[in-house]
Design a protein around this ligand. Structure first.
Ligand code: OGA
Ligand code: ZN
Length: 334
């Protein structure tokens, strides 16, 4: 916000954090700068693209309740407003038996859309919060299938080709109760994040903020998630958090946020803005272009691979730190 400008209407709907954020550029879909930003792996909000024209203002919670199908969907339950993702396959893994005790912070259940909506309507403070997160698949009703077919695939596919992304892997449908937060994490895919109903604040950080956001170790169920609790940052443990370079935007129906691969993101539905609906488009990264200098996200990827390899060969995550320290001490330190 510039000085003297009126505060946006949603300002009271945002949670408060001990950080300042820049603004993510918001550009009309015909603006050639969009391609420059995507090429540089930088976030941008694409306005007016009608990528999901068939779904925008149509995929209301009521319409989804009618048309999502009856097969049951994945719903997470949380005691608080945060829904921190965890990788179930890492809970019982061999490496983890070496010490990590893990209690999942949310409960994952299957629920019919009708029951989910009823729970949302009848929800009272103090009860578990709910968040439906379901990849779109062939169980959705015919009306939604038609909407999906009518997405503006031409625009999306042109971007995919132009920027040499790999194949589309999935479209995750997210139906969130107001006030829910997806804590800060990064994904290993390119993401077109389309907002369909209600408003979400998205705070993004570049891959080079790895040192400011302190991801859990790779073998941990919270791999790719920041260890910093944004509501109550522990500055003793995570002093660099103060230096994180976040930028933010509030997406509204019709907006598509490009979340570049390996960019950190924190997503919150406005506190009293009603139920929100989003659909993302996850793409594999393109043909590995190991041109030099390496990009920041490629260095993160290298770090992750090394870390995985060390956990694997040492067979005990506790040995990783001492080995790396002894390797650099007095050598690669300046
Ligand atoms: C994503 C994501 C979280 C949310 O699309 O990658 O993390 O709450 N979304 O929308
Ligand atoms: Zn994500």
């Amino acid at each position: 916000m510039k000085m003297g400008e009126n505060k946006p209407w949603y300002n009271d709907q945002l949670r408060h954090y001990d950080l300042e954020f820049g603004q993510i550029p918001r550009l009309h879909y015909t603006d050639p700068k969009i391609d420059e930003l995507i090429q540089q792996n930088k976030p941008v909000v694409i306005l007016g693209s009608d990528i999901v024209k068939s779904a925008k203002n149509r995929w209301t919670p009521e319409y989804l309740e009618e048309n999502l199908g009856n097969s049951g969907h994945t719903v997470f339950l949380s005691k608080g407003h945060k829904f921190k993702y965890y990788d179930e396959s890492k809970i019982l893994s061999r490496t983890n038996s070496h010490g990590v005790e893990f209690t999942p912070p949310t409960k994952k259940i299957r629920m019919k859309i009708g029951d989910f909506m009823k729970k949302l309507r009848e929800w009272k403070p103090g009860q578990d919060r709910l968040y439906l997160q379901q990849p779109l698949n062939n169980t959705v009703g015919p009306s939604l299938v038609q909407d999906f077919v009518n997405f503006n695939w031409d625009y999306i596919t042109k971007k995919q080709t132009k920027h040499q992304w790999g194949p589309l892997t999935s479209n995750l449908l997210l139906i969130s109760q107001e006030g829910n937060v997806t804590p800060c994490h990064f994904d290993e895919q390119q993401n077109f994040f389309a907002q369909l109903h209600g408003f979400k604040r998205c705070i993004l950080f570049p891959p080079s903020d790895f040192e400011c956001l302190y991801p859990h170790p790779v073998y941990h169920p919270h791999d790719r998630q920041s260890m910093v609790d944004f509501d109550k940052p522990d500055y003793e443990k995570f002093p660099n958090f103060k230096r994180a370079n976040g930028c933010e935007t509030v997406v509204e129906p019709g907006d598509v946020l490009y979340i570049p691969i390996y960019w950190w993101h924190h997503v919150e539905s406005l506190m009293e803005g009603g139920t929100t609906v989003s659909v993302n488009f996850w793409y594999k990264s393109g043909t590995t272009n190991l041109g030099y200098p390496l990009r920041d996200y490629q260095k993160v990827s290298i770090t992750r691979n090394l870390e995985k390899m060390l956990v694997e060969v040492l067979q005990d995550p506790k040995e990783v730190g001492p080995l790396l320290r002894s390797m650099i001490l007095g050598r690669y330190t300046e």
